[in-house]
Write a protein that binds this ligand. Structure first.
Ligand code: ADP
Length: 165
């Protein structure tokens, strides 16, 4: 059966933790949509366009993965685009309560929509976009945290942001 899933998130910016989850999902499902949330609760550091470009470059080579942006309710987006399930990464127990609440809410809004959790890889479970931004803005080495192909762009962008802040 043809299964389409979505990996939604802010991706502000993409990290190796995101890529781990997306890569694993691409092996399990026929089509993986990476959904970049336009209006995140937190004001993003990287624009929607930038977040999409960095992701698109990072998933190059994963043939069944595409990057889109979306706004509004995830449950509605999935209904409209025939998406079967949401895939989310779980780093720690602290992620669980919020994720569980979101999964139940999404199912109430769209009863056909499942949520699938992938446990974070032990190598990248400590990674978050905010940590990348924080370390990067203080001039720290983020090469173990972000995909190599977009490392320089992320460093350049974070340092530019710091200068204008
Ligand atoms: P959000 O703001 O919606 O949590 P993120 O960009 O922080 O968006 O994360 C997008 C998805 O990637 C979420 O499912 C999140 O749990 C997962 N994720 C983030 N970092 C990691 C990581 N280091 N390992 C595994 N999954 C992760």
């Amino acid at each position: 059966m043809n299964k389409t899933v979505i990996c939604p998130g802010s991706f502000d910016p993409v990290t190796l933790g995101h890529i781990d989850v997306i890569t694993r999902a691409s092996k399990m499902f026929d089509r993986v949509i990476v959904g970049v949330l336009v209006n995140t609760a937190k004001k993003p550091c990287f624009s929607t366009q930038e977040r999409m470009e960095l992701l698109t470059e990072s998933v190059n080579g994963l043939d069944n993965v595409e990057v889109v942006s979306f706004d509004g309710l995830l449950a509605e987006y999935c209904k409209k685009h025939g998406i079967d399930a949401v895939v989310r990464g779980l780093r720690a127990m602290s992620d669980f309560e919020y994720e569980f609440q979101m999964a139940i809410t999404n199912k109430r809004l769209n009863p056909g929509l499942e949520t699938i959790f992938l446990t974070a890889d032990s190598d990248s479970m400590y990674l978050s976009s905010s940590m990348v931004r924080e370390v990067g803005s203080m001039g720290g080495d983020i090469s173990n945290f972000v995909p190599e192909c977009v490392h320089d762009k992320i460093v350049e962008r974070i340092s530019k942001k710091k200068q204008t802040a």
